[in-house]
Write a protein that binds this ligand. Structure first.
Ligand code: MIC
Ligand code: SF4
Length: 643
């Protein structure tokens, strides 16, 4: 039987396991990336493992989430990242050099290679034919140390593209259309492969937009073929030698095929507060807009911003709209500046921000109270913008500019002149903001600089065979890691300080959670379906662990979060009968017995001591996962010699 692109890359990197859907496979990882907000933890974990130098082909640390250096905490984090990476063989991309996924696509991504990154949008690399996964920091630390990355062998979905996008209809609209079809749960357990004749009409950055947004489907990852377009992009980036062709076999089998005709697609928009709440832009045309933000790892490429500049040229942003543009990288910003496009953006009244995540992670540009904000980003979860009642919509850059000019949500296909922008034959290459690690001889002597904000990694408890714990929080469906552990300007400087962060855990759902969980001692959280979707931040597991959470029982879990829970030594269980969820009340005392044999049999009985009733929760842990849980987390397990 023929193979899909992903199956071929998995086969080439298989360390152990068999490739049947649902079984565990261990993969050799060629490249790793971290960003600052998850990176400090990942390197603290790497240091704990006691391995002197990374064993990957290429590892890099980006600083892009919090670059502001407001206060010593953030500056200390940056200094720690710069010195720890230099010592251990990791490249360091300085603050201001750009957003990790954009820079990685431009400068380091290679077709056919595997990449894991401590950021959920690492699948952006699929745009250049990499098999790229978002992962928790600890999994990245293990991969840097030469360890394998474990995933459940996914199903294969194919999106078959035909036709060609019409002017002002974009790759972002393709992503939003797929989210409309599949929902934020629709990709769980699957790799989404993009194929069909329409693929040849999409540039690498457009493909990157699409694989980036695949994260919002809950997919394990997304990938495009590596073809002549990929070769041209690599050549324009001065690295044609990194090109290898990649295609699925003609008789490859897919579990599901979805057809999208690019030529009939219209501009789409995701309404508050979920990326799958998608309708046509034309259906919202009377909605007044307060703010427009362009950028993020989804839509900050040179092509995106050249289009933005062309639409803004000679025009003025509507007086009631506040507009920001964050270029994705120093390369993008420099090229915009050299060709004069930057002046067109500035002349329109838009504010140009640093090449960083910025407003996407709530670092500035929070909307006004109740304000409507149109963003070219990938997430519009409640409160993520920094304004709890902000109404955040996700759109393409073209739709964003149309709104910025008119002051209302506007279908861009109705307003403008033709927009003819060509990919450049040569990008401007200057990697001076990427620092190479120290040579081996110097590295051994080099000092790692830590500030007082860098606190110790919290210690987790090993499991015993039974557990009595209080049900400290009951939440509904689609809880995101932004609900569990919010980000934003106030909190991001403390990503290396779990005790401080813990005050904000679940703040948007229940501001009393942190205090109550601490007071309860051992605690249990009850969740609905798709618990832990969104970001890869392992803080959403480490902080609850620090607050005493021992177990989460949900209707279903998101992939990266469930791995992070196991890594943190928190037991993730699924309701055998989802109706049992309805009978549980916050504050109940729960008793779990025979946990070890239950892990083996796949079923654990839980008694609600408050009502005297019992119910079953199920699990399907691999032997390795059981050993990790029993040890109280991956770090303990690794220290005890586990692989
Ligand atoms: C996000 O987009 O939510 C983030 C911030 O990039 C996160 C990582 C983090 O929380 O640091 C992600 O996507 O994994
Ligand atoms: Fe940064 Fe936003 Fe991309 Fe996350 S989604 S990496 S915060 S730009």
């Amino acid at each position: 039987m023929g193979m899909t692109i992903a199956q071929k890359i998995i086969k080439n990197h298989l360390v152990s396991g068999d490739m049947t859907v649902g079984s565990e496979v261990a993969l050799r990882i060629d490249q790793t990336l971290t960003q600052d907000a998850t990176g400090t933890m990942a390197y603290l974990e790497f240091e704990t493992m006691g391995i002197p130098r990374v064993k990957t082909e290429f590892s890099i640390a980006y600083v892009d989430h919090n670059t502001l250096q407001c206060g010593f905490e953030n500056s200390d984090d940056h200094r720690y990242l710069q010195t720890v990476t230099a010592k251990h063989g990791v490249h360091f991309s300085r603050p201001g050099n750009g957003i990790c996924h954009q820079v990685h696509l431009e400068r380091f991504g290679k077709p056919g290679k595997t990449l894991i990154g401590s950021d959920s949008h690492t699948p952006t690399g699929g745009g250049i034919g990499m098999l790229a996964f978002g992962a928790g920091g600890l999994d990245v630390a293990v991969a840097m140390g030469g360890g394998a990355y474990y995933i459940t062998m996914p199903k294969m979905f194919k999106v078959n593209l035909t036709g060609k996008l019409r002017p002002y209809v974009t790759a972002k609209d393709v992503s939003l259309e797929l989210l409309r079809i599949l929902s934020v749960k629709g990709g769980v357990g699957a790799i989404v492969e993009w194929g069909g004749e329409g693929v040849a009409t999409l540039t690498v950055p457009e493909r990157g937009t699409i694989t980036n947004m695949g994260t919002e489907l809950g997919a394990t990852t997304s990938i495009f073929p590596s073809d002549d377009i990929t070769r041209q992009f690599l050549a324009a980036q001065g690295r044609e030698e990194d090109y290898v062709p990649l295609a699925s076999d003609p008789d490859a089998e897919y579990d599901r095929i979805i057809d999208i005709d690019l030529s009939t697609l219209e501009p789409m928009i995701a309404c508050p507060h979920s990326p799958d709440n998608v309708v046509k832009v034309s259906s919202l045309k009377d909605v007044k807009v307060d703010q427009v933000c362009i950028g993020s790892c989804t839509n900050s490429s040179l092509m995106d911003l050249l289009k933005v500049a062309a639409m803004l040229k000679g025009k003025t942003v509507h007086p009631s709209v506040s507009m920001s543009v964050s270029p994705g990288s120093k390369q993008v910003l420099t090229m915009l500046s050299n060709c004069g496009a930057l002046s067109d953006i500035l002349a329109s009244g838009a504010r140009v921000l640093e090449c960083a995540c910025g407003p996407c992670i709530g670092m500035g540009f929070s909307p006004n109270s109740g304000g409507v904000s149109l963003r070219t980003f990938n997430r519009n979860f409640l409160g993520r913008s920094g304004t709890k009642d902000g109404q955040v919509y996700l759109v393409s850059p073209e739709t964003a500019v149309a709104a910025a000019l008119t002051g209302y949500i506007t279908d861009p296909t109705t307003i403008s002149e033709p927009l003819e922008i060509q990919m450049p034959d040569k990008f401007l290459i200057n990697d001076s903001a990427v620092l190479a690690p120290l040579p081996l001889e110097e590295a051994a002597q080099a000092e790692v600089l830590r500030g007082p904000n860098i606190k110790e990694f919290p210690k987790s408890k090993a499991f015993t065979d039974s557990l009595d714990a209080q049900l400290v929080l009951k939440v509904g469906d689609n809880i995101t890691t932004d609900h569990i552990m919010p980000a934003g300007a106030k909190i991001l400087p403390y990503r290396s300080n779990i005790p401080f962060l813990s005050r904000f855990c679940f703040e948007v759902c229940d501001p009393t959670f942190s205090e109550r969980a601490k007071a309860a001692g051992d605690g249990i959280i009850i969740g609905g379906s798709n618990y832990g979707q969104g970001s890869s931040r392992e803080h959403a597991a480490l902080v609850p662990m620090y607050l005493g959470i021992r177990c989460v029982i949900a209707k279903s879990f998101a992939r990266i979060h469930v791995a992070n829970l196991i890594n943190a030594g928190i037991l993730p269980l699924t309701f055998e009968n989802p109706e049992d969820y309805d009978n549980l009340n916050q504050d109940a005392m729960l008793h779990l017995s025979d946990i070890f044999s239950g892990m083996d049999n796949g079923k654990i009985t839980i008694t609600d001591k408050t009502t005297g009733t019992s119910f079953n929760a199920v699990c399907a842990f691999t032997d390795r996962q059981k050993a990790i849980l029993k040890a109280g987390g991956l770090l303990n397990y690794t220290k005890e010699g586990g692989q």
